[in-house]
Design a protein around this ligand. Structure first.
Ligand SMILES: [Zn+2]
Length: 180
């Protein structure tokens, strides 16, 4: 009989859990799909063609899939879509904020934190999401890539993240002096 140690069992569980997050239900036909290609799937999906789903961003589709799979309580998600997204304009920062999975999750956390403050919560949440989107845009500019925020937040990118954060905090003309 093969004896598997507790550590190995834990590692296997973690591996399965990590990969589980990459998959989810299509918000249209409920088929189990890889969420990286959810946008491509929805374009061909018979249950989604011609519905509002076909015009949604990848971030929104993933979020909807997470709600269907019970990973996010639907009330908080609906509040984010109904209250925060409409007050965000379609400028670069806002578009990035509405499409990046990590920034959407950040927004969701802020909605939960300010749950009781029905008047101001959308403003607090959208400003935090816009700030995170500015950081992501600065990271993409420095890295000359189109990675998502969670791809940047790794120990190897420490210097890059610090540089990008400084770019967001300090006006351009003062940046060179501060970095000396
Ligand atoms: Zn589908």
């Amino acid at each position: 009989m093969i004896m598997i140690s507790q550590t190995v069992k834990m590692k296997i569980k973690l591996l399965i859990w990590k990969n589980m997050e990459k998959y989810g239900a299509c918000p249209g036909c409920l088929a189990w799909i890889n969420l990286r290609s959810v946008k491509r799937h929805v374009k061909k999906c018979p249950a989604s063609t011609g519905t509002y789903l076909s015009s949604q961003s990848k971030g929104t589709l993933i979020l909807q899939s997470n709600v269907i799979c019970g990973r996010i309580p639907s009330s908080a998600f609906q509040a984010l879509i109904k209250e925060v997204f409409p007050i965000m304009k379609n400028e670069d920062t806002e578009n990035v904020a509405k499409q990046d999975r990590l920034i959407i999750n950040l927004g969701y956390q802020w909605m939960l934190r300010n749950k009781g403050n029905e008047i101001m919560r959308k403003y607090y949440t959208s400003s935090v999401m816009r700030l995170a989107a500015r950081l992501l845009l600065a990271l993409r500019h420095l890295d000359k890539s189109q990675k998502s925020l969670d791809e940047f937040l790794k120990p190897g990118n420490f210097e890059l993240v610090v540089k990008a954060a400084l770019r967001c905090c300090i006006p351009k003309n003062l940046l060179a002096t501060h970095l000396r």
